[in-house]
Design a binder for this molecule. Structure first.
Ligand SMILES: [Zn+2]
Length: 247
């Protein structure tokens, strides 16, 4: 009974805090008051049911893009808040490499919007981890910052202690598409002592930018092997140009 009361109270609190956030950051207002947000291309339906690749026309429910038709990703569904292009590059890079965190609440609101069908059944938000060495150099993990901000406005909470990056990989930015897939193979793991938190759970992976999908693919495979029931993913931004199926 107490637990039910706690859940009901938490829901009430979330609803109230969401209403406050929407008052503070209404979506239209965001685009007008800040030139860095003005040219952002927000993404939504219609899109590929698996990877969220945007379609120009609604081609029916459960439609797949060419890439996912050739090979379904290891995650179930991915949704991204906006396109990573000339209109959003400054905003994203300021956060990713410039340490600018002033937009995090707005980012989280946009990520909540595109992941709206995930929240009711999700158990955890799991940020894509960085290797310790890179974490020390960058000082913070952007994916964890986004996951924490999101956890403040959706039901599932953030768990940064179930997925680890144990292999130091070279920067994905310097890799070709197939190089990126090789680069992250076997880079992630779930510690034996944390498997109970993964088995049968509905997990939402959180990352900043989806480029080739190599990192999310490797994370999803690792979580799947550890027994996760559903693996969805939400990223802040994604590259939207057509991509060849991974080799
Ligand atoms: Zn797709």
């Amino acid at each position: 009974m107490d637990q039910l009361k706690t859940i009901a109270l938490r829901r009430l609190f979330l609803r109230a805090s969401n209403a406050v956030l929407e008052l503070v950051y209404p979506p239209e207002h965001q685009r007008e008051d800040d030139p860095r947000w003005r040219d952002v291309s927000f993404l939504d339906d219609p899109c590929c049911v698996a990877c969220g690749f945007p379609f120009e026309f609604d081609v029916g429910v459960d439609s797949l893009c060419a890439r996912c038709s050739a090979r379904r990703p290891s995650y179930d569904r991915l949704r991204s808040a906006f396109a990573y292009d000339d209109g959003s590059r400054r905003l994203v890079l300021g956060f990713k490499h410039g340490g600018r965190t002033q937009d995090v609440k707005r980012f989280a609101i946009q990520m909540r919007r595109v992941g709206r069908s995930f929240w009711a059944t999700a158990d955890w938000l799991v940020p894509v981890p960085l290797h310790t060495r890179r974490l020390i150099r960058r000082r913070y993990n952007q994916a964890a910052i986004l996951a924490n901000a999101l956890a403040g406005i959706v039901n599932p909470s953030c768990r940064a202690d179930i997925l680890f990056r144990h292999k130091a990989t070279i920067s994905q930015g310097l890799q070709t598409a197939s190089g990126r897939f090789r680069n992250v193979q076997g880079a992630f793991s779930v510690p034996d002592g944390r498997r109970a938190r993964v088995e049968g759970k509905n997990i939402v992976l959180i990352d900043d930018v989806f480029t080739t999908g190599a990192t999310l693919e490797a994370c999803a495979r690792t979580l799947r092997r550890a027994g996760a029931e559903t693996i969805n993913a939400v990223t802040l931004a994604r590259v939207v140009k057509n991509m060849a199926p991974p080799s």
